[in-house]
Design a protein around this ligand. Structure first.
Ligand SMILES: C[S@@+](CC[C@H](N)C(=O)[O-])C[C@H]1O[C@@H](n2cnc3c(N)ncnc32)[C@H](O)[C@@H]1O
Length: 133
């Protein structure tokens, strides 16, 4: 599983539980600080099936067709080049794999409905979330 914009690792650690010991989670973040923090957190939590990599989600440090699932929580919406992000997601996913971008789609829908999200204030989105496959 690949987590775009992994920050301090919170979502990657949840994903690591889901993939089990035989699976692996790659977290990508563009700041040294977050990568270092995530590595320290993984050590503290004794989680060994995560691999945090420095990089941008528009140019992922991941090989072609390397992952089964891509997740991203509250990061794709930050990218100024979403088209590059989706090309990279397509490149790194193996054929038939799934992608989940919860916050991106929810916020895109909510943006049309609420000025509050423009100031990045969390709001409830009435639309159901449908994963893209
Ligand atoms: C709101 S945090 C989300 C962290 C993580 N998903 C979580 O829930 O713990 C956003 C993270 O995305 C990273 N980020 C933002 N834009 C990025 C980009 N274009 N490429 C890589 N990382 C990015 C930031 O450095 C930050 O750590």
């Amino acid at each position: 599983m690949l987590d775009l914009g992994s920050g301090a690792g919170f979502d990657a650690f949840l994903a690591a539980q889901r993939v089990g010991e035989s699976g692996k989670v790659i977290g990508v973040d563009m700041t040294h600080e977050m990568i270092e923090k995530a590595i320290v957190n993984a050590e503290k939590l004794n989680i060994s099936n995560v691999d945090f990599r420095l990089g941008e989600i528009e140019k992922l440090p991941v090989s072609d067709s390397a992952v089964d699932v891509v997740i991203s929580n509250c990061v794709i919406n930050l990218s100024p080049d979403k088209s590059a992000v989706f090309k990279e997601i397509h490149r790194t996913l193996r054929p038939g794999a799934a992608s989940l971008f919860q916050t991106f789609f929810v916020q895109e829908k909510c943006l049309k409905k609420s000025a509050a999200t423009l100031r990045l204030i969390p709001v409830e989105c009435p639309e159901p979330f449908h994963p893209v496959r």
